[in-house]
Design a protein around this ligand. Structure first.
Ligand code: URA
Length: 422
């Protein structure tokens, strides 16, 4: 078999066979297929698409390209659930949902990636807590899930290595926004990490890979089909990402906002979405009906049980919970800050999510390219809700950066983010 022939077949709109896809994934994993041929194939897939059958085979081969976890043999299969968002701006729901679902009795086996581009990763957010580490051995991960019902681990290099190589290439060849490539990339890692139930939140809008609700529906449908074909219980929600979720964008800022929700100090869309996703985890993993799952999810947050679990999670993974236990928040030790103020009396309009995400990267909160360091304190804090009354001169948003240059670049983009919606 020749890679050249497979690229040509896909370029001409052909359907790749199981054997051809297995050959492609093996070559990507071993390094035998060079970057330029992998990139050409990715572009051909991006432009020509894939049948659902091809996507299912690609996903299976990628899942099997490295280690796979059998949670049953590790003793944590029953009631296990993973949650994944396809990436949004200010999406810190996992920080709330993971402890909340664990407080309801779900075994939360959360595999997290590091953020890339405008969408932040849960691992980066949690690791902005001093001392917190998502680098867990399998043994440690399993014992934390057994003890506390929740652990958040970074995907190691052993899990779906084919996806690692392909994702890095997609990121620099403008081939990320392809439904079969996103579905296979997300689902291969979820299949390899073994949770019996999987709750997905597919985002659409200016701050997401999928720009429209229809595209998000198509992606959601495909991922459910792939998961169910592999015997997983699946739930998928499609949610709007044209405006940032909640008030904070940036690592420690988002942790502090999640703490506010967990302490019952913030209601609104972030609380509502967190309840909805937690309820789905409870429903799928514990087999409860919709109403009692929703009640359990809400109560877990409102009674403080989810917050207690969050503190346990933080300390179990090496994080310093002292400021929280003293009733405070984590410090935001940014060197530079800038305030946006209302020019006149009126109503606040929440900024465009896509441009806000770009601003957060410019400020240092996200990665422009793989391997970049993220600044835990950088980011954006909105002071007003969408549609809230503001008076001339009032602070509407603050931005934080490690140096003046990043602050200036981030401020320019935030101005555009506000202008785009006015
Ligand atoms: N998240 C992934 O893991 N892969 C994608 O392709 C997009 C989002």
């Amino acid at each position: 078999m020749k890679t050249f022939d497979l690229i040509e077949k896909k370029k001409n709109g052909g359907e790749l066979t199981e054997g051809e896809l297995a050959f492609f994934v093996r070559g990507a994993t071993s390094g035998e297929i060079p970057d330029y041929q992998l990139s050409a194939m990715l572009m051909a897939i991006c432009l020509r698409g894939m049948t659902d059958g091809e996507t299912a085979v690609l996903t299976r081969e990628m899942a099997n390209s490295g280690e796979t976890m059998d949670l049953d043999s590790l003793g944590i299969g029953d009631g296990s659930c993973d949650k994944h968002s396809t990436g949004g701006v200010g999406d810190k729901t996992t920080l709330i949902v993971a402890p909340a679902a664990a407080a309801c009795g779900v075994r939360v086996v959360k595999m997290s990636g590091r953020g890339l581009g405008a969408t932040g990763g849960t691992a980066d957010k949690l690791e902005s807590i001093p001392g917190f580490s998502c680098s867990l051995t399998t043994g440690r991960f399993v014992s934390l899930v057994k003890e506390n019902g929740v652990a958040v681990a970074c995907q190691g290099d052993e899990l779906a290595p084919a996806d690692k190589r392909l994702y890095a290439l997609r990121d620099v060849t403008a081939t990320v926004d392809s439904i079969p490539l996103i579905a296979s990339s997300v689902m291969c890692k979820k299949l390899a990490s073994g949770a019996h139930s999987i709750v997905l939140d597919v985002k659409y809008g200016s701050g997401a890979f999928m720009k429209t609700a229809d595209e998000a529906e198509a992606l959601a449908h495909l991922m459910v089909k792939i998961g169910e074909a592999h015997g997983r219980r699946m739930s998928v929600t499609a949610t709007d990402m044209n405006r940032p979720l909640g008030f904070a964008v940036g690592n420690i800022l988002e942790v502090n906002e999640a703490v506010r929700v967990l302490r019952g100090e913030e209601s609104g869309e972030l609380f509502d979405l967190s309840v909805r996703l937690t309820a789905e985890m409870v429903r799928l993993a514990l087999g409860k009906d919709g109403d009692s799952s929703e009640k359990a999810a809400r109560e877990a947050i409102l009674t403080g049980a989810a917050y207690e679990k969050f503190l346990t999670l933080v300390e179990a993974q090496g994080g310093d919970a002292t400021p929280l236990k003293a009733g405070g928040y984590y410090l935001v030790p940014a060197a530079e800050r800038y305030e946006f103020r209302a020019e006149k009396d009126g109503y606040f309009t929440s900024p465009d999510a896509g441009l806000t995400g770009k601003a957060s990267v410019a400020l240092g909160a996200g990665r422009a390219k793989k391997g970049d360091a993220v600044d835990p304190a950088a980011g954006i804090l909105l002071h007003k809700k969408d549609g809230e009354r503001v008076r001339a001169g009032e602070v509407t948003a603050e931005i934080f950066a490690p140096d003046k240059e990043k602050l200036r670049d981030g401020a320019e983009l935030m101005k555009k983010a506000f202008a785009a919606v006015s």
